[in-house]
Design a protein around this ligand. Sequence first.
Ligand SMILES: *[C@@H]1O[C@H](CO)[C@@H](O)[C@H](O)[C@H]1NC(C)=O
Ligand SMILES: *[C@@H]1O[C@H](CO)[C@@H](O)[C@H](O)[C@H]1NC(C)=O
Ligand SMILES: *[C@@H]1O[C@H](CO)[C@@H](O)[C@H](O)[C@H]1NC(C)=O
Ligand SMILES: *[C@@H]1O[C@H](CO)[C@@H](O)[C@H](O)[C@H]1NC(C)=O
Ligand SMILES: *[C@@H]1O[C@H](CO)[C@@H](O)[C@H](O)[C@H]1NC(C)=O
Ligand SMILES: *[C@@H]1O[C@H](CO)[C@@H](O)[C@H](O)[C@H]1NC(C)=O
Ligand SMILES: *[C@@H]1O[C@H](CO)[C@@H](O)[C@H](O)[C@H]1NC(C)=O
Ligand SMILES: *[C@@H]1O[C@H](CO)[C@@H](O)[C@H](O)[C@H]1NC(C)=O
Length: 406
Amino acid sequence: MQHYSLILILVFCFKAFDTDARKYWCKLVKYEKPTSGCCAEVVYNTTTSACCGTKIYDRSRDHIDYECCADIHVYKRYEQTCCGSVVRNNIDIDLEADICCDNKFHPKTEGVCCDNTFHKHGDKNRHSCCGKLLNDNNNKKCCNGKLHDISLNPAKTCCGIETYNNSTHWCDERDPDIILLLGQETCYGEKYLTNETKICCHGKLRKLINKTTVNDDACCGTTTYNSKENTMTCDNNQLVPIGNMPAETFLKMCGDRSINENIQGCCDGTPFDLLNQICCGGTILHKSKKCCDGRELDTAKYVCCKGDTIEQQVKLQPNSDECCLLKNGSFQTYNRKYSECSLTLGVAPKGYRCGPLLYNKSTDLCCQGILFKNGTLQKRKCCGVKSYDTQCQECQHDGIIDLETW
Ligand SMILES: *[C@@H]1O[C@H](CO)[C@@H](O)[C@H](O)[C@H]1NC(C)=O
Ligand SMILES: *[C@@H]1O[C@H](CO)[C@@H](O)[C@H](O)[C@H]1NC(C)=O
Ligand SMILES: *[C@@H]1O[C@H](CO)[C@@H](O)[C@H](O)[C@H]1NC(C)=O
Ligand SMILES: *[C@@H]1O[C@H](CO)[C@@H](O)[C@H](O)[C@H]1NC(C)=O
Ligand SMILES: *[C@@H]1O[C@H](CO)[C@@H](O)[C@H](O)[C@H]1NC(C)=O
Ligand SMILES: *[C@@H]1O[C@H](CO)[C@@H](O)[C@H](O)[C@H]1NC(C)=O
Ligand SMILES: *[C@@H]1O[C@H](CO)[C@@H](O)[C@H](O)[C@H]1NC(C)=O
Ligand SMILES: *[C@@H]1O[C@H](CO)[C@@H](O)[C@H](O)[C@H]1NC(C)=O
């Protein structure tokens, strides 16, 4: 008994003086996050297992087959769907026609699901969602999750979350999007009109020297000079008379410093090392980082999705590593190893797509994208894009031939 309490005191002291932030206690066992977890006072390996409420379960093949639904049920990802706290078999629900909302499945034809609340369509018009908001009767303009009354002005265009009139304004689609007058630009945040005699020199608005030679005016540091006059040149942000130029031709200005373009790049006015760094939306990052949409990508939480003209960071679902552009213009993440993406079908399990259709390998045959329903059942095989009956035909290099029957 005495011996036992001594151990307890030792453990307690150890715990009190343990300053390593990644070390945690699970009952009396020390473990390390994130490689291990604690589930109902039992330590488990987070790579191979997961915790569902109080139950440790095997995540199975490549550790992605099973998932936990609402801390209650363990379910099979590709065969079942978790909706709120209910698990349903995919064959019992129509994922194309139904939507999981507010812990229940609802037919998509009956309404929309905004921020997990189901709204039945009105008698006259269908509703839509604008981010988390309900666009009642679909009569407002939705700009990135903000609704705008457009009854007075139906043609307004979105710029970020705001709207503007494109015959008087334009949208500078930088981060954040800025609405500017036509003919207006910004110089490091300061707005100015381009038809005026001004030039933006490294963050400072400067008067042009000669209005009639606008295109020849250049910046040297934060001052302007006429680049066509051939009397002065800009070296290391200093104006120097021509003739005194250093010989290196690969020197270029970046902000107020000169850079060697062979080894350096210029990132929004700051030089960076081409070998070890990248420029991401004006910020210099280490080469190992990823850049998406002009922002550093937190690869643990997001994937970078590219549409035709859009590029955006999309929240990563567990074990996803790729992004799929869907028909309706939204993105869905998926695991490249087990799923594939097509515009017509969206994300589908790998190996179950034949051209633009889904098929069942155990019954159907797919020959280079051409589907033969029941082909496998009928013991047919592929011969190029055609299928043939293995019992009475053969595939040779010049096509399918009928076997002679004896
Ligand atoms: C977890 O399991 C993986 C795969 O079996 C193994 O490589 C890893 O060492 C284990 N981690 C711990 C902390 O036991
Ligand atoms: C946009 O602005 C122009 C000029 O002020 C105006 O004539 C036009 O009606 C506006 N368009 C809309 C859709 O409001
Ligand atoms: C301006 O907006 C109108 C209505 O949305 C659109 O038809 C037109 O193409 C736009 N013009 C430009 C220059 O973007
Ligand atoms: C520049 O354009 C704006 C708007 O078009 C106009 O009001 C202003 O007078 C112009 N300025 C010059 C110097 O031409
Ligand atoms: C501006 O440039 C024009 C054309 O080169 C020249 O004729 C004029 O004298 C210059 N004006 C001034 C104030 O330098
Ligand atoms: C687009 O379709 C997907 C899958 O069908 C759905 O999950 C998503 O909510 C839809 N997005 C929009 C904006 O309707
Ligand atoms: C494929 O078809 C077989 C036989 O009809 C059936 O047992 C199986 O569940 C189907 N698989 C899929 C993924 O639909
Ligand atoms: C495929 O076979 C099933 C049963 O074997 C049959 O019900 C179905 O009609 C067949 N489909 C086609 C397209 O031949």
